[in-house]
Design a protein. Structure first.
Ligand code: UDP
Ligand code: MG
Length: 309
């Protein structure tokens, strides 16, 4: 199997027939290619359309969720099924152009993950501006220098998707997660089209949530294996500040100054308690990490072994 195309969809019945037709024009025949539609609990006629496509085209694979679980869960289900050497993801709403697929797969010679860069982007300004800001911030903080983190159209080597475990809204940060796993990430400009049918499934609150997701991703990529380093440093700083203040107060007390009613005393105690809490949280994190850490994860990071036996 050469290519697996993974398409998450939620209530996109009008777009599906044309999407399938246009995919058929660029994809090779059954045997070297599969099209995995992941129906994310659609409540319209999407599943009916997919069943028909399944009967007509041997390349079609359908996974259907009982209820809506979000784009990340849908992608994860598709990734698990994908057998192709190259895996391509795209949105189902015809905003992504299937004709870009061969070009993106060709780029996998250079990179492990190739992300689309919607250029020029055909979305309202209200969506483009905040998205630009989040993309800029994400690129700075994660070190992945690409312009468009959350383009639905992406191509991956199979081992990249097998090493991803995305949930919540993390699909927006896949390049950053793959980069943290040591994969080479690149981008190519792709054509983008306005939405023709239905409406966007993500409202304005996506940007607020985006901030939290970014925080989660930063934590996951940098500290998941060493939570004490994340919590320990602020913990130590607080503890030290509180401790020194207490020493200062104690010195004053020895010279006859009453401590009891001083605001500084309350502050010092608060700092010490907070510091201990931070450090304990970090230690709890370390316990969770050591319990959940498996050898398999380390093996997943091995690119090559040269071995005689
Ligand atoms: N989608 C999904 N589950 C959801 C929301 C969206 O599978 O809960 C799919 C949707 O059907 C589409 C893709 O994810 O194929 C991108 O969604 P959308 O076009 O609404 O996002 P936008 O283009 O506005 O960023
Ligand atoms: Mg869309």
């Amino acid at each position: 199997m050469d290519i697996s195309v993974v398409i998450p969809l939620y209530n996109e019945e009008e777009s599906l027939p044309e999407l399938h037709r246009r995919l058929s024009e660029v994809l090779p025949g059954a045997g070297s290619c599969e099209i995995i539609f992941v129906d994310d609990g659609s409540t319209d006629g999407s599943l009916g359309v997919l069943e028909r496509l399944f009967r007509e085209d041997p390349r079609v694979v359908v996974v259907s969720f009982r209820r809506n679980r979000g784009k990340s869960a849908a992608l994860a289900a598709g990734f698990e099924k994908a057998k192709g050497k190259s895996v391509v993801t795209m949105d189902a709403d015809l905003q992504d152009d299937p004709s870009e697929i061969p070009n993106m797969i060709a780029k996998l010679n250079e990179y492990d993950l190739v992300s689309g860069w919607k250029f020029p982007r055909k979305d309202p300004l209200s969506k483009r501006l905040p998205s630009k800001a989040i993309n800029w911030l994400t690129a700075r903080l994660t070190g992945v220098r690409i312009h468009d983190m959350n383009c639905g159209l992406k191509a991956y080597k199979n081992e990249v998707v097998k090493g991803l475990s995305i949930y919540g809204e993390q699909h927006r940060f896949i390049p950053a997660l793959a980069f943290a796993n040591g994969f080479r990430v690149g981008e190519v400009k792709v054509h983008h089209h306005p939405r023709r049918f239905g409406h966007t499934k993500f409202g304005a609150k996506r940007f607020l949530e985006g901030i939290f997701d970014l925080l989660t991703v930063l934590f996951i990529t940098r500290y998941i294996k060493k939570p004490l380093h994340f919590f320990g440093i602020p913990g130590l700083v607080l503890l030290l500040a509180g401790g020194l203040t207490l020493v200062y107060l104690a010195a004053g007390w020895l010279m006859g100054r009453w401590i009891g009613g001083r605001p500084l005393f309350t502050l010092a105690v608060l700092l010490v308690i907070l510091g201990i809490q931070f450090i304990s949280t970090g230690l709890l994190g370390e316990m969770l990490t050591s319990l959940s850490h498996t050898r398999k994860e380390d093996d997943g990071n091995i690119k090559k072994t040269l071995n005689r036996s």
